[in-house]
Write a protein that binds this ligand. Structure first.
Ligand code: FPP
Length: 262
């Protein structure tokens, strides 16, 4: 009886989400959505669970949000999964976070391939444990021909170190005479960042009520619309994403001009 009721409720919820998705798709969808997934620890604490249980639940949210973003027609979904500062966390937690890409990909890679999703990564891969590197490289390789949504994980990513790396590359090129200092402009810098091949984020979402960027895509977010929601990442679902997109659609993006339209 209870099962039957639950099934009925699920069908109704799915139908509602289908309608919400169809509704929001009639207007402009942000091509690139970037998310700072925050609040896993607090989600777990509220339930008297260890912090890592929050990260594990957060991993399931990654799957759900990637699915809905893809259905909405988002072209790139960048998720801040591990920052260059996150190494400061207790070793047990870091080890757990390093195992999540492997678990996520072994559980969902087949589905992601079916959905034509291309897995990519930004960040310094070289410092990740071998098993994490292998899982990510396997997914990148297995999905490289897919031309649907890019699911871009920021792992061991830090915007300042990305900018330092870009500066070093440009100075090296200038020293070798491969580029003249006067030719260094915004476009050149764009092409030397880890996001060179991606459009700039249109929308940045941070969950859990924190209102800061935490060293995430500082250059790339120059003209993105920002949204900070109190919802904790493990509770962030398809309805929350649709709500964020609706809010984005109501914004007037001026890009520094006065007219209001792109
Ligand atoms: C911040 O929440 C969250 C992280 C540092 C990790 C985010 C990772 C995931 C959501 C899973 C990633 C999944 C894959 C597939 C890579 P917090 O722990 O700082 O939360 P708190 O502020 O409530 O303590």
């Amino acid at each position: 009886m209870l099962n039957k009721l639950m099934r009925k409720k699920n069908v109704a919820t799915n139908k509602l989400l289908d309608e919400e998705v169809a509704n929001v798709k009639s207007k402009k969808i942000p091509a690139h959505v970037a998310i700072i997934m925050d609040g896993n620890g607090r989600w777990a604490k509220k339930r008297n669970l260890p912090r890592v249980a929050g990260h594990h639940e957060g991993m399931k949210t990654v799957r759900e949000i990637a699915r809905i973003a893809n259905r909405l027609g988002v072209k790139v979904l960048t998720l801040y999964a591990f920052s260059t500062e996150n190494w400061k966390r207790p070793k047990l937690e870091v080890d757990f976070l390093m195992r999540l890409p492997g678990e996520f990909l072994s559980t969902y890679l087949t589905e992601l391939i079916e959905e034509n999703v291309r897995v990519e990564m930004i960040g310094d891969l070289s410092l990740l444990p071998n098993h994490t590197k292998k899982a990510i490289q396997k997914a990148i390789e297995a999905t490289k021909e897919n031309d649907g949504m890019v699911l871009n994980f920021a792992m061991n990513y830090g915007s300042r170190s990305e900018i330092v790396r870009c500066t070093q590359e440009l100075v090296k090129k200038a020293a070798k005479g491969e580029i003249h200092w006067e030719d260094i402009n915004e476009e050149v810098i764009n092409t030397h960042l880890m996001t060179a091949h991606l459009p700039e984020p249109d929308l940045l979402i941070r969950t859990s009520g924190e209102v800061r960027l935490s060293n995430f895509m500082l250059w790339q977010l120059a003209y993105a619309e920002f949204s900070f929601t109190d919802v904790l990442w493990p509770d962030f679902d398809g309805h929350c994403l649709v709500k964020e997109i609706k809010e984005f659609q109501s914004r007037n993006r001026r890009f520094g001009s006065v007219e209001g339209e792109e």
